[in-house]
Design a protein around this ligand. Structure first.
Ligand SMILES: [Zn+2]
Length: 676
């Protein structure tokens, strides 16, 4: 799809980037941050219940969490949690180190700094924070950063709405039936949340935005790296749809497919809506069942056990033998729509089963069947019996669900609610990213009233001195670095890649001359450092690892600039330094300085190697020349001019085709792939 196609469907997306900060302590207590533990010293069991807000209303998310009837278990380890996280003591003073990093990131985003930090409570009712709220403080707001993505034709600014400093939540250990278990080591660690305006207009723009914000955060050098340290939530909508928030994307690489799929899910839900409207289905046809067991109180639900008692479908047989309830839900006017596709491999029926899974928490899978499943599930005789019992017609659809009676009642109600929401098109939900690019229901989108002031923390003025100190040591943002590298003669792609590379500081320290030395050095670092990192088995090839420090690398670059070694020798020398961190740089350089007898030796070697090459059986016509080129360049360690060698080989091997490149860095087996 082109950007015009996304424009036609009204695609809009925005990002919330959560980034763990590399501080010693947690944000509001003095427990250590960033320690991951497995030991359990104590367990705490909690239940959540909703309370009325000051406005006399229940929040939709709060009600949903209450309906799940979850037991929440916290596993505590003495060294990483105290009474603060468990809501038994008030917060300590906010961590100064975290505040400084958040100010630095706000400055890099060109945000307006607040003069005082006001800690707010943000409702968090899924159990991942024992207090039921997260403490959060806005640090900066309303700014913009340069957003240049030449390959997408993007050259504008990206608006940043705000940056907040907040506490991380617990790590989920398991979520089975009505019991969810968390660890508290991560709880309370400082995070920044950067929020963009919904200005990212294609999936690839969104990815570029995510990459830019991740790089910006790293510019501080004070953020955590590794799995889970940076997490992105993304908001997506299309025309006529509604803002849907997808949570927990761990890498910006996964964003494009995810939001593309979500855009099409929304379009499909809008098609279902239009079809229901065409059929004249109204919300009145799908009223909430009155109090009590819905099969006793609603004409849309009935106890189906008798009707399907002789089924041979194992999940229902087992449910009946466990004493569970089997009930059927009528969806008037929904015929054919349960099997309407929504995402690759998913249909509208999955929208329903997802709700049931998350809210009614059935333990056994599968837990429902519907009248459009086709093979598997109930046979048509059973659907006919149910249809007659409901007095339903061929335009209607039915869902059968089985679970312990309380859960079956919850499930039946949710099925009716979700079917009714089909009339709105896209329900307001937060959804969860799946690894294959699809997404699933997570919870009802929280209402706008989920923030309220924290009464435990006084406003904290940000001293001018702190701001001055932060500004004095502000890191160089990626776009400034990129411009500087372009001035050194790097092309836009190389400059941008270097600007965010972990070895950019090394490059700066070595300070190559503009032009060929700068280009050679940038290219060599990008090819060879990831290659050696991979060979060492490093988890990320984008780590500097055992890269030579500037003191060892500078003499090589100086020799190149002074014409003492050939330009192509730089990458070879870098290889030697990377391969053997103890080797003396002078010794490495000696190998590449041209020698007096090189010319005579080359004169003798060319015919000899050419003779061997002639006997080679290779698939391609220029194979022998490439092989010979490699042999000679290896023997002479880059001390001779490849063009001249190629010329001489060509005269010996009478092959007219274009000849291979003898530059060692050009060999595909040794070329490192770029990685973000
Ligand atoms: Zn603590």
């Amino acid at each position: 799809m082109t950007s015009a196609d996304y424009e036609a469907i009204g695609f809009m997306s925005g990002l919330e980037v959560h980034q763990q900060l590399d501080t010693r302590s947690k944000l509001f207590c003095r427990c250590p941050a960033g320690r991951r533990v497995t030991r359990v010293d104590a367990e705490v069991l909690r239940h959540m219940r909703p309370t009325l807000s000051e406005l006399g209303e229940y929040d939709g998310t709060a009600l949903m969490e209450f309906k799940t009837k979850k037991e929440i278990v916290y596993l505590l380890e003495r060294g990483t949690v105290c009474t603060y996280e468990m809501d038994d003591t008030p917060p300590f003073e906010i961590d100064d180190e975290a505040v400084r990093i958040a100010i630095e990131m706000s400055e890099l985003c060109n945000l307006n700094l607040v003069s005082e930090l006001h800690v707010m409570r943000k409702q968090y009712l899924d159990g991942s924070i024992p207090t039921g709220f997260q403490r959060t403080a806005m640090v900066g707001l309303s700014g913009a950063i340069p957003f240049q993505v030449p390959e997408l034709g993007v050259n504008r600014e990206l608006s940043i709405r705000q940056l907040s400093l907040e506490e991380d939540s617990c790590r989920e250990v398991s979520d089975i039936g009505h019991r969810i278990t968390f660890r508290t080591d991560r709880l309370g660690m400082p995070l920044t949340e950067m929020v963009t305006e919904p200005e990212l207009l294609t999936p690839l723009e969104l990815q570029a935005g995510g990459r830019l914000l991740a790089h910006l955060a790293r510019t501080t050098g004070k953020v955590r790296r590794g799995p889970g340290a940076g997490r992105q939530d993304v908001n997506v909508s299309v025309s006529g749809g509604r803002r849907v928030e997808i949570k927990g994307v761990h890498h910006h690489r996964r964003l494009p497919l995810l939001v593309h799929t979500e855009a099409f899910r929304q379009l499909n839900l809008l098609r279902v809506k239009a079809e229901l409207e065409r059929r004249g289905v109204t919300p009145d046809a799908l009223k909430d069942p009155p109090k009590g067991f819905p099969w006793d109180t609603s004409a849309l639900v009935m106890d189906a056990e008798a009707a399907v008692a002789d089924t041979s479908f194992p999940p229902i047989r087992k449910a009946i033998s466990r004493g569970e309830t089997v009930c059927a839900v009528l969806l008037p006017g929904f015929a054919g729509l349960l099997s309407h596709p929504t995402q690759p491999g998913f249909t509208f029926a999955h929208e329903i089963s997802d709700r049931v899974r998350v809210i009614a928490c059935p333990v056994h899978v599968p837990f429902l069947a519907h009248s459009e499943i086709g093979r598997g599930g109930l046979i048509s005789r059973h659907w006919k019996v149910l249809e007659r019992a409901f007095g339903a017609g061929p335009g209607d659809a039915m869902v059968v669900v089985w679970a312990p009676s309380e859960d079956a009642a919850t499930a039946a109600r949710e099925i009716v609610i979700r079917a009714r929401e089909a009339l709105e098109g896209v329900p307001a939900e937060t959804r969860q990213a799946h690894p294959n690019g699809t997404n699933g229901f997570e919870r009802i989108l929280p209402g706008p009233d989920r923030m309220y002031p924290d009464t435990d923390t006084p406003p904290l003025p940000i001293p001018d001195r702190t701001v001055t100190e932060v500004r004095a040591q502000l890191g160089e943002p990626p776009w400034t670095r990129q411009a500087r590298y372009e001035e050194l003669g790097l092309d836009a792609r190389m400059a941008r890649s270097l600007a965010v590379a972990p070895w950019a500081d090394l490059f700066d320290k070595v300070a190559p001359h503009a032009g060929e030395p700068a280009r050679r050095l940038a290219g060599s670092l990008e090819k060879r450092i990831p290659f050696h990192a991979r060979r060492r088995g490093a988890s990320s090839p984008r780590t500097v690892g055992e890269a030579p420090d500037a003191d060892r690398l500078s003499p090589v670059v100086r020799a190149l600039e002074g014409g003492e070694i050939r330009q192509e020798a730089l990458v070879w020398a870098l290889d030697d330094l990377l391969a053997d961190p103890d080797r003396a740089v002078a010794e490495v350089l000696d190998n590449y300085r041209p020698r007096q007898d090189d010319e005579a030796e080359l004169e003798a070697a060319v015919p000899e190697i050419a003779q061997m090459a002639r006997t080679l059986q290779t698939a391609s016509a220029d194979g022998p020349v490439r092989w010979a080129m490699g042999m000679i360049m290896r023997r002479f360690f880059g001390r001779v001019d490849p063009a001249s060698v190629r010329e001489r080989l060509r005269s010996h091997l009478t092959v007219g085709e274009p000849l291979g490149n003898g530059d060692r860095s050009g060999g595909s087996e040794r070329t490192g792939e770029g990685d973000e």
